[in-house]
Design a protein around this ligand. Sequence first.
Ligand SMILES: Cc1ncc(COP(=O)(O)O)c(C=O)c1O
Length: 374
Amino acid sequence: MTVTLFDTHAQIESVRPELERRIAEVIDTGRFILGPEVAAFEEEFARYLGVRHVVGVANGTDALTLSLRALGIERGADVVVPSFTFYATAEAIVNVGAKPVFCDVDLDTFNITAETVERALTSATGAVVAVHLFGMPAPMTELRELADERGIALVEDAAQAAGARIDGKRAGSFGDAASFSFFPSKNLFCLGDGGAIATSRDDVAERARLLRTHGSRDKQSYAAIGVNSRLDAIQAAVLRVLLPRLDEANAARRALAAAYEEACATAGLDGEVRLPAAAPGAEPVHHLYVTRVERPDELVRALSEAGIEARSLYRAPIHRQPPMAQFAAGAELPGTDRAAETNLALPMGPTHPPEVARRVTEALRAALCGPPRP
Ligand SMILES: Cc1ncc(COP(=O)(O)O)c(C=O)c1O
């Protein structure tokens, strides 16, 4: 049987009767966009994150765009952002009229640090976007200190990190605003597109709520030029089924990560396969389990022959994508380039049993060292 890279389908099947019942209940209400179901999810997710407000929107990209706009980041501002992330993180900055300034990442965590951000600050910097990449928390305490010192806004792109913690606090509760995506492969997901903004700032929540509904509160008068970006009630109902199970699912991901660590150490692969290493105080949620190896393409082929899905991500980082070249002149990001060249995601998910780690590690060992001696 093929070992898949992630396991959304198995997670859905494990709660399918409850999902079907809750979706049927929403159909009966006849309220399909925003409304009480979305408000209930917003309240529950805010409580879970330890923030004052959650604002449900149509997807994670809009959550980022509207977070920036709600913070007043628009034309003329520079926004520091990693290049080693999903394209949407930087795309949102361009779409609000601001300029992305790419900063480098630490190879151990794949994340930005206060030091890499500091090198990219300019006199026009209005905000920093920290991404918790692959579910590895970015160092929010030092980034918060830096942002406060410089008087700039801090935004968290927490699309890949629902439930992660840093020093006991949830990812998404450190920034002036944080964005979440509920795309079906994410740790907290719905059955289509969905997203949310988390913030403890009343002014940011108020502005984001206005912007997501065309800048109007009453559909009669308009206080801003907004967008149409609302969370659907059916998706909120799905999220309300999955949110109470998120911590258990994330713990299962960490158990699989521990099984990978044990299997790799036993197979003597520590030197050749660098496993994800969380920073002190960080509790990762392993959205993807991304290792670092030399020649990842050869290993993808070897694993595929053994019936195991594996993939390298963001092979061309954002500053090397042609539409972003106008913002990348002179950008030297050696950590980013190295991360792009050497990363390899291995199967990870809450319904993957620990045997997956042993099977994958055995296939890696065979590819790197040849068949075991008789
Ligand atoms: C880091 C990151 N940022 C932003 C997004 C955009 O989210 P969405 O696809 O819901 O628009 C994603 C997800 O796809 C992501 O992984």
